[in-house]
Design a protein around this ligand. Structure first.
Ligand code: 4AD
Ligand code: MG
Length: 431
């Protein structure tokens, strides 16, 4: 018997006396009995305090214990099938670590800005706690998926002289008198790494000075980016749909309690199995036209367009074959029609927007150089990246999945900032 038990393991101790350590969530009093909802971070549980089961001193704690006071409880585990948690604790003794000051986050509705200002405390509440547990599961699933499929984890640097995803969202820093940027994507480094390791992934924070205040943009977000030698665009899409289905399945099977707290409609998630629909950019434009949306060919899709396209499908949809001008310099030209590149975006259902961006990469050195020049990117700084095409160039592909966008969709969260422990947006740097 351990010296104390975590609440999530309470079901293993039926009819036994255990010790729990954690915090007071709520207290309800009624005469000779009072109830304490207790949490220790692993779960919540109801504890029952009966006048004739505890000392006078412990019984009177109903008047001194405040929300978030830290305590140790000794008590008997009982089955309580009609109770929310299924089990309860018949309290024998309580020890106090600290009586908490008046807690700012009471058990009532608060405005979102207030909650975000108090993110350090809000993490203790049930919904944020559930979202971040789903996030942790999805992160683990990301690693497991690629580790089980011969990928090598090759981390990319956070400081870089290279702009991977356009120059408008760069965070520039002074690097001992030189110009450095915070990374927007690890992809360029992964393209070099696969020539050494065949299949790699990197997983870390990415930074973009997004000036848009949307429900889908953070300035610091996490991206997992697999990169594969000898994969064409179709192999890339096969992997992307297998990966996304795997993540959803892991969340549904490993986080049922959390998704219930979040009131997520699981029937929607259970439909996420391959194959996913694949349409070209031109076909997506036709959908918009049929729906009467205003859209000019050659532009990128905005949130309303993505939502309109996703309405036609109950699975994520992959949009591929994009006009070259809308996409990054490294994407491979479509050999069948030079106006297009072999890029792909995956749009989540239910209006959650783009969760994956990827492509087959330009493996032809002359075409790549032409694109770098056209975009006015500094050639000398990209020289190492061009080396990848000088020494044994091969067809290759990859994609990046935004962790928070994916968690937002799986949890059905209103705003992306709820899907990262410490959100950073244009207007938020605290706590
Ligand atoms: O489409 P993006 O810009 O693609 C790349 O960065 C490629 N270099 C990835 C690759 O091929 N290795 O970004 C990929 C994904 C998006 O689909 C989105 O899910 C997420 O990253 N993302 C953001 N998430 C939150 N806030 C932002 N500001 C984001 N920007 C991109
Ligand atoms: Mg994109």
């Amino acid at each position: 018997m351990p010296d104390h038990v975590l609440v999530k393991h309470v079901p293993d101790y039926i009819d036994r006396e255990i010790t729990l350590r954690g915090w007071v969530y709520n207290i309800r009093k009624s005469g000779k009995i009072w109830f304490l909802i207790f949490r220790d971070g692993t779960n919540w549980i109801q504890c029952v305090v009966l006048k004739n089961e505890v000392s006078e001193e412990v019984f009177e704690m109903k008047n001194t214990l405040t929300q978030e006071s830290s305590i140790e409880i000794r008590g008997l585990v009982q089955k309580a099938p009609r109770q929310e948690f299924g089990y309860e604790i018949l309290v024998k003794d309580i020890k106090i670590y600290q009586i908490a000051e008046e807690y700012p986050i009471a058990l009532k509705e608060h405005g979102i800005e207030f909650l975000l200002d108090n993110r350090h405390l809000w993490l203790r509440s049930r919904k944020p706690n559930a979202v971040l547990k789903v996030r942790a599961e999805v992160e683990n699933a990301c690693r497991d998926f690629f580790n089980e499929r011969d990928f090598v984890l090759v981390d990319s640097p956070m400081f870089t002289p290279n702009a991977a995803e356009g120059t408008t969202t760069l965070f520039e820093t002074d690097y001992f008198g030189r110009k450095a940027y915070l990374t927007q994507s690890g992809q360029l480094y992964s393209e070099a790494a696969i020539m050494a390791f065949n299949k790699t992934y990197c997983f870390g924070p990415c930074f973009r000075a997004e000036k848009s205040k949307t429900r889908r943009h953070l300035t610091e977000f996490w991206m997992i980016e697999p990169e594969m030698a000898f994969y064409d665009i179709h192999d890339n899409m096969d992997l992307a749909e297998e990966f996304v289905s795997y993540l959803v399945e892991r969340a549904v099977t490993h986080c049922p309690e959390e998704l219930k707290i979040l009131e997520r409609d699981l029937s929607k998630l259970e439909k996420i199995i391959p194959p996913f629909p694949r349409i070209t950019y031109d076909e997506a434009v036709d959908i918009l036209k049929k729906k009467g949306l205003d859209f000019e060919w050659g532009n990128d899709f905005g949130a309303p367009h993505e939502t309109a396209i996703s309405e036609d499908f109950d699975k994520p949809v992959m949009i591929w074959k994009w006009p070259a001008e809308t996409k990054a310099f490294y994407m491979k030209r479509d050999p069948e029609d030079e106006r297009y590149v072999l890029g792909v975006d995956m749009i989540a259902p239910e209006g959650f927007g783009e969760i994956i961006g990827g492509s087959q990469r330009e493996d032809d050195i002359d075409k790549l150089l032409a694109r770098i020049q056209k975009e006015n990117l500094p050639e000398e700084i990209f020289n190492w990246f061009i080396d990848v095409r000088r020494y044994g160039s091969v067809p290759h592909s990859g994609f990046g999945l935004g962790l928070e966008r994916t968690v937002q969709w799986i949890c059905g969260s209103h705003h992306i900032r709820e899907c990262i422990p410490w959100p950073r947006t244009m207007v938020r740097l605290n706590p």
